[in-house]
Design a protein around this ligand. Structure first.
Ligand code: PMT
Length: 400
């Protein structure tokens, strides 16, 4: 994910400095080459050796030491960094950056960088609320610095409130976003994912094997690329993606209602959910008792959400999926036409490495002009980005 990226991780002196160790682990695990700079105060909380061991790079602490070696360290690091992250960023560091003060290795390198700087503040709640701090943050935001807001919680100083460093996982997500070109800014995406559950009685339901992985990958990728994303999801075991408006639903009927309520505000809809085509005619109020050797369950058709969306599409881009087990392309072509979508993503869910639950997918992309793309097996993350690339291209064609 971050292979080939050089990230400078600045650590300033707060109790949350230990969380920077976990952030470093996430960054290196994703393939980034991380160079850590610690302030003097940060070294009171965590030793440079911890960061050096995990980053496999020397940790920079002293501006003059590196200069003595003939390497103008702050300039070379500033020049090479794809991204500069400071986590935790104290009120002191933010104040210095806002005022253009460069008096140590961290502030000097940050001032010299021409790339993006992402700050994750952590401090006492009253410091965070202080008007001077807020003005400093506002000033840095105006100059293009990015922030990962702190969260509410019990603070080390004994107070409770806003000022706690955001979790390393979420800072990591913001790092991915900061490193991704924002080519979907202005698009409002509605993504559906996961299975639906059609209740038979209070303990049983009809459903399918969808894990939600495909739809969640699309939602995450679109958020990173700058879109505003709403994810309508059936029940899954996946964590809610960060940055996305999450709308949980159970049944196809609930998904229909949620999608119809939201679609008016959306410029793109991507329907990756595996929606039940039928539901029981009657949902029993009590657990059905065992009777006889066989039983018949009468089903009634659910409304087809995608088909409904296709009826009044306007300039909205509509992407459908087709989960097939035979005659992939001819079935998919029928769905493309009948549901009036701009792009249809077809997968044969019986193929190894494709479809339900797995981390990869093998898709065919079908267009209205008859073109078919077959990119072969890809991670669901890569499939998500491919679909979004095609959405961006369709939008350009539409505008062009
Ligand atoms: O969730 P994963 O485990 O990652 O698995 C991914 C996936 C296999 C679920 C995904 O790649 C996929 O194929 N999703 C579509 C599943 C499906 O319901 O296909 P379908 O061919 O039955 O439906 C065609 C399209 O109509 C789909 O976009 C579906 O969302 C939509 N539909 C179907 C029925 C219905 N009542 N309303 C709908 O909107």
């Amino acid at each position: 994910m971050l292979n080939g990226k050089i990230i400078v991780l600045g650590v300033s002196g707060g109790i949350a400095a230990y969380k920077a160790v976990e952030l470093l682990r996430l960054l290196t695990k994703a393939g980034a080459d991380v160079h850590v700079i610690m302030t003097r105060a940060a070294q009171e909380f965590v030793t440079p050796l911890t960061f050096q061991t995990l980053s496999r790079n020397p940790v920079h602490t002293d501006l003059f030491e590196l200069m003595a070696q003939g390497d103008i360290g702050h300039i070379s690091l500033a020049d090479r960094a794809d991204l500069f992250v400071i986590a935790p960023a104290t009120a002191n560091i933010i104040g210095k950056l806002a005022c253009g003060i460069a008096d140590d290795m961290l502030t000097t390198t940050a001032m010299a960088t021409r790339g993006t700087v992402l700050l994750a503040p952590a401090m006492n709640v009253n410091m965070y609320g202080n008007a001077i701090y807020q003005e400093n943050e506002e000033r840095l935001r105006r100059h293009g610095y990015l922030f990962v807001n702190p969260v509410k919680g019990d603070l080390a100083c004994g107070w409770e409130g806003e000022g706690k460093l955001q979790t390393p996982e979420i800072i990591f997500q913001e790092v991915l976003k900061a490193l991704t070109p924002s080519d979907l800014v202005g698009e409002r995406l509605l993504v559906t994912a996961g299975p639906t559950r059609e209740e038979i009685d209070p303990v049983r339901y009809l459903s399918n094997h969808s894990s939600g992985k495909m739809g969640y990958a699309i939602a995450r990728a679109a958020w990173r690329r700058g879109a505003q994303v709403t994810l309508v999801s059936g029940p899954t075991a996946l964590p809610m993606p960060w940055g996305v408006t999450f709308v949980p639903v159970e049944s196809a009927g609930e998904m229909y209602d949620a999608v119809m309520a939201l679609v008016g505000e959306c410029s793109v809809v991507i329907k990756a959910a595996a929606v039940a085509d039928y539901r029981p005619v009657v949902r029993a109020g009590e657990k059905l008792k065992k009777r006889g050797d066989a039983m018949t369950l009468e089903l009634v058709k659910n409304r087809d959400i995608l088909r409904e969306l296709g009826k009044e599409k306007g300039s909205r881009l509509l992407v459908g999926f087709a989960a097939e087990t035979t005659e992939l392309l001819s079935n998919a072509r029928k769905k493309l036409a009948e549901k009036n979508v701009d792009l249809l993503v077809a997968n044969d869910v019986t193929e190894a490495g494709a479809g339900f639950s797995v981390e990869t997918n093998i898709v065919h992309l079908l267009y209205r002009d008859g073109r078919v793309e077959a990119p072969g097996i890809l991670s669901k993350e890569a499939v998500a980005n491919l679909i979004l690339n095609r959405v961006a291209a369709l939008r350009s064609e539409q505008e062009g």
